[in-house]
Design a binder for this molecule. Structure first.
Ligand SMILES: [Fe+2]
Length: 247
């Protein structure tokens, strides 16, 4: 399909206009962080160290699980929203999704092979797996940019922010808890401090207190001391131990 008419931001100057509700932004930052981390781990993995290999393969499978889930969420909520008011608008990224489903299945197979292969051929198999994951990441980087520019422009023209927030909240409610916690872990790692504060403030208002407390515990585990201190300060939380007692 011809992509020349897609909205891209390359030559559009940034403005100071109020930021619109962005369905793609935080989760795509999360996926980029998770994909980069996985490729880097595959690149430095010692094929002769069984424990390190098993850990790397498990993390790579975790990424594929999250990527598969992400396709389901976009196919189930975002593309139908585009199609409802801009028929045909999601065609390009819809085609990409079909390709990504096949790519994910192929990468799962590559990990199966990596685990099953004999010791002599494992280093070369690991390197091929690394390159295949890197290509998958490259394809996803292109795809996500189309979603964050072209698809987002369609959504912003067709919906107001309250409607987009309703789509966002319904999508979020559909995600199984374990998958959601993994998504949130990488969102927290991938977004900026102001975005982190906005997301957690929204979550504090909507999520049950124990669920919010678990996310805050996770934040303390994954953030740098500086980022955690800034977050705790912005949310009015004690930065030290005993945090859960606040709730
Ligand atoms: Fe997508």
């Amino acid at each position: 399909m011809d992509r020349s008419a897609l909205v891209r931001l390359d030559d559009v100057p940034a403005t100071a206009a109020p930021v619109r509700m962005d369905l793609y932004g935080p989760i795509h930052k999360a996926l980029r962080a998770f994909m980069f981390d996985t490729v880097a781990r595959l690149g430095r993995c010692d094929a002769g160290d069984p424990a390190e290999l098993a850990d790397t393969v498990a993390r790579a499978r975790g990424l594929l699980h999250i990527m598969r889930g992400h396709l389901t969420h976009e196919n189930g909520f975002v593309h139908p929203a585009i199609e409802a008011r801009r028929p045909g608008g999601s065609a390009i990224t819809g085609e990409d999704h079909e390709e990504h489903e096949r790519a994910i299945a192929a990468l799962d197979g590559a990990l199966d092979l990596l685990e099953a292969i004999d010791d002599a051929r494992r280093p070369a198999t690991l390197h091929r797996t690394y390159l295949r994951f890197a290509r998958f990441v490259a394809e996803n980087l292109e795809h996500m940019e189309v979603e964050e520019t072209h698809n987002t422009a369609l959504l912003h023209a067709a919906y107001d922010d309250a409607e987009l927030m309703d789509i966002h909240d319904r999508l979020l409610a559909s995600i199984p808890p374990a998958e959601l916690m993994t998504d949130l872990r990488w969102i927290v790692i991938g977004v900026s401090h102001p975005e982190r504060v906005g997301i957690l403030t929204d979550m504090r208002a909507k999520a049950p207190p124990p669920a919010f407390a678990a996310v805050i515990d996770m934040c303390r585990d994954v953030l740098s001391p500086n980022d955690w201190g800034k977050l705790a300060n912005a949310l009015g939380l004690p930065a030290g131990a005993g945090l859960v007692e606040v709730w």
